[in-house]
Design a protein. Sequence first.
Length: 201
Amino acid sequence: MIRRPPRSTQSRSSAASDVYKRQADEPAKAVDLAGSYKVDGVHSSNVFRIKHLDTAYFYGRFNDCDGEFTLDPADPDKCRFDIRLKVVSVDTANSGRDDHLRSEEYFDAEKHPYITFKSKSVKKAGDTALEVSGDLTLRGVTKPLTATVELTGSGKGFRGEFRAGWETTFTIKRSDFGMTAGQGALSDEVRITISVEGIKS
């Protein structure tokens, strides 16, 4: 009697990897893309850039974000974006500076724990771009914001779930939101990049 050698763990791992690659490489149809998504905070990034002493830029991020968004390539008017950044999760790779930014001089995290954006209208701005207008709220102050959102990709995840991603970059003046501390040492203009991956509901 001839016994076959057991299938190696490496072979099983390779097969699983091939399945994942095939799923990830499958092109997403418009009908697949349309729908509601929950933000996957683990695979999303929220980065800001500000200038110090008019000399060099330094970068920070918010590590905790959540929210929902809706996509519909056939009807952009049905698209929605509702994003929240948790202020206490601010991270500039310096704990002392992070604590200062959480204080009432800057973000005032205790009184205003979230930075939020809620869309009010969406228009097509290109093959993979949307012009999104809505309300940005920071430190309890709400201002209108219009930004271009680039649809960066979509496909199936390892467990078969459908995912879609998008990114936007825009610039605000922090003084518009009552954040005036550090003027002269820190620029008024802050560039913000939001890159989001969501899981279809």
